[in-house]
Design a binder for this molecule. Sequence first.
Ligand code: DGY
Length: 319
Amino acid sequence: MLAGAMKVFVTRRLPGGALDRLAADHDVEVWPERLPPPRAELLARAAGLEGLLSLLTDQVDAELIEAAPRLRAISNYAVGVDNVDVEAATARGIPVGNTPGVLTDTTADLALALMLGIGRRLVEGDACVRRGEWRTWEPSLLLGRDLHEATVGIVGFGRIGQTVARRLEGFDCTALHTSRSGGVPFEELLERSDFISVHTPLTPETRGLIGAEALRRMKTTAYLVNTARGPVVDTAALTRALHDGEIAGAALDVTDPEPLPAGHPLLGTPNLLVLPHLGSATHATRERMADMAVDNLLAGLRGERMPHQANEVLTPRGP
Ligand code: DGY
């Protein structure tokens, strides 16, 4: 290890060899468990930390940042940084890294998979075969809805939303979008779409964006797909809408809370497909994310601007 090695905590093992590069230069400890380090554990370690490589399951809030007076760099293993108090980090001159771009295609692929999965009833079909209920080909067995030629409303038109729109061209879909910078009005998108796919970051403005009012405006034959962040959708309102048949179904890669505890009312709704936050979950993408997160952290610890930095640091901590 080099002179000048700094104390770094990585809150979970990451795929690929990126962490070896980090450990070659710094004094790295990796949380070995499958579940995230408990809050008390993170707080207890904070005092000595100079670098933190966090996951979206870690709350890197003002309290934690304050408890870490030596902290020089935070690198989040995600494109979303809603789990990090970026303002508190910025106030301390701490850069916050994220992993944009590398997971765009992988997440867009999953959004399409969810549209097809819920529209064509893939999970129900699989369950029917496994339960031994399938006897013979039937004209009316598990009829679904076509994705091709459907109108798809994309909420949030950043990198992932735009990539989804490009994928949909191959399905001859009409893609509508709404975002801060343009597209059709949100109400129009809700009323016209056969599938609505959510791609906004979680911010105070987007929290609960798909609530009771939005769900009421959707067609009763429409499906909701969320691969962004759970709290963009109001869980209680969605639970009601699915029970009451206000919309045809929902396919969620993300939920609020996440994970949903066993017995949660949302899990008892009809026409729900739910995944354990797999948007970026391919070997290649998760390894690229790890490389990017490590590159960000190494730069931050050197006192340099991170290649992918979510904040402008006005008072950078020099080398
Ligand atoms: C992200 O990066 O924000 C995803 O939700 C996890 O890959």
